[in-house]
Design a protein around this ligand. Structure first.
Ligand code: B12
Length: 216
């Protein structure tokens, strides 16, 4: 099977939601030593985006969406482990607490950002999905984090990113930590409005942003 065939098959199997085949193909990516990030960007993300469009057009329903997301997650878990490995034994670039905000269970994009940050030498604490301000803040304190990274995939959960920033202010912590936000519906305008220090629209730019924030 050629590399192009593996990528095409991964794309097709995320679309059809076959998690067993998707996992087997992700494993092949590793044994064939194909760059995992390149596969995530060229196969997995376009596939899950098409799934989202189909769901929007009512060609796919919630069970289809869940099946595809599950297949994508299986592949990601395998590829992220490989990405993480490339980052070991490097000096920490800084400490980051990352999570998807309360009310929101979309984890794929957040996990890609977390994996890439870890691969680039950041010390990453992933607090998962549906994370409350208390969870973010207790982890920031415990890990002495330099950056808080919040993901939101729903317009109704985006305001929660602002609420966490307000909570940081109330506790006198706002000037001790940089805050970055992201997620498909998030914009620079939203980031400015809630008083975040930065916004990035994809995982590669999120790493660049984190590096920039560490220098400030
Ligand atoms: C997969 C998926 C799901 C899965 C999630 C599974 C999982 N384990 O994550 C499941 C099935 C659970 C799900 C549920 C729902 N979903 Co959904 N889902 C999606 C879908 C198809 C893909 C999201 C995704 O993973 N994209 C791929 C990743 C890689 O992209 P990303 O998340 O944007 O992340 C990138 C960037 O944004 C950025 N980034 C992300 N986070 C961060 C953070 C920081 C700090 C930075 C700097 C950058 C950054 O970097 C990432 C990598 O490049 C989207 C469609 C879409 N196009 O977004 C709908 C979508 C977001 N979902 C939608 C809806 C409606 C729902 C539900 C309400 C459906 C329902 N009726 O129950 C529920 C909500 C549940 C909840 N409370 O959260 C709508 C939202 C529309 C709206 N206006 O509200 C969408 C847009 C689909 C649609 N077209 O209608 N969903």
């Amino acid at each position: 099977m050629s590399i192009e065939d593996i990528k095409k098959e991964l794309y097709n199997n995320v679309l059809s939601g076959d998690f067993e085949l998707t996992a087997a193909l992700a494993q092949k990516v590793i044994t064939e030593q194909v760059n995992p990030l390149e596969v995530i960007n060229s196969s997995l993300i376009p596939a899950i985006e098409l799934v989202g469009e189909k769901f929007g057009r009512k060609e796919y329903f919630l069970p289809d969406l869940m099946r595809s997301a599950n297949a994508m997650k299986k592949a990601l878990d395998i590829l992220e482990e490989e990405i993480d490995k490339s980052g070991v034994e490097r000096k920490s670039q800084g400490k980051i607490v990352i999570g998807t905000v309360k009310g929101d269970i979309h984890e794929i994009g957040k996990s890609i950002v977390a994996a890439l940050l870890a691969a680039k030498g950041f010390d990453v604490t992933d607090v998962g999905i549906d994370a409350s301000s208390e969870v973010f803040i207790s982890n920031i304190i415990e890990k002495k984090a330099d950056i808080l990274a919040m993901s939101a995939l729903l317009p109704i959960t985006m305001p929660y990113q602002g609420l966490v920033i307000e909570e940081l202010k109330k506790r006198g912590m706002r000037n001790k930590i940089k805050v970055m936000v992201g997620g498909a519906p998030v914009t620079q305008e939203h980031a400015d409005k809630i008083g975040a220090d930065g916004y990035a629209d994809n995982a590669v730019d999120a790493v660049k942003l984190a590096e920039k924030l560490m220098k400030e």
